[in-house]
Write a protein that binds this ligand. Sequence first.
Ligand SMILES: C[S@@+](CC[C@H](N)C(=O)[O-])C[C@H]1O[C@@H](n2cnc3c(N)ncnc32)[C@H](O)[C@@H]1O
Length: 253
Amino acid sequence: MKRSYECDLSAFWEAVASDYDVVADQFPARYARAVDLVCAVGSAATRNGGVFIDLGCGTGRALARVVSASPSSRGVGVDASAGMLRLAKERLSQQETSHAALLLQYDVASPGLVDAVTRHLRSFCRVPRVVAVAVAFVGHDLSPSKRTMLLKSAARLLDTEGVLVVADLFSPDGEGETRLAALRELDEVSRCLDATDSGRLSAAASIWTDHYRTHSFDWTVDSVMGLLRQQGLEQTRKIFFAGQVGVVTAARR
Ligand SMILES: C[S@@+](CC[C@H](N)C(=O)[O-])C[C@H]1O[C@@H](n2cnc3c(N)ncnc32)[C@H](O)[C@@H]1O
């Protein structure tokens, strides 16, 4: 079976972007709880100001919540998908704090990420202090070398006092089991959407199901922690929901 990262996922994300929120809202509660945790960490870190950066921000679900929870905070969302960013922009424009967030179309696994984000940050706030960086549900679809690049960049972007939060589908007990569990959940989501009269939505859900039926993923929390330790970060918290969806927070030693 092919790994998830052995195919070009950019077309995949563009295809599901417009229906991402509706499909994601049907996911089991553990996904929502993981995003809640990302938001809680981001909001706590930015309560006295500072910047929250969401790498692979998608439709801005976490970004919008964090900047609206902390009025003096600033947010940066980075994503490769124009469709996802369009929705993130719409979401932000619906709240009063839209001026507090900046969106950037960029490959989060590219070596130029830190420079690109830093350049944009300077035009956005005078003395940027990045107090939280989130990497949510983006790493499991990247190749090991791209994940390494992503986590290294996330650590470099973080201020000395900052906190990094990684939420994802991990493989604590072997990737086969995790993939099958994810697949079962996606099948459930598809069935649930099939019950509605929108063929478009069930098509978006089945794009995901088809992907997981034919591809596996292999990201483990241990590999995340090993990498973050090399970057001078230590785990501060690790939570698993049903053994698959995990959230890890890390800060400088
Ligand atoms: C499953 S969604 C997660 C979105 C958001 N973090 C959330 O939790 O709702 C994955 C997102 O990562 C983005 N993505 C995947 N690979 C990327 C890359 N190399 N660079 C930037 N964004 C990427 C996709 O476009 C998509 O928006």
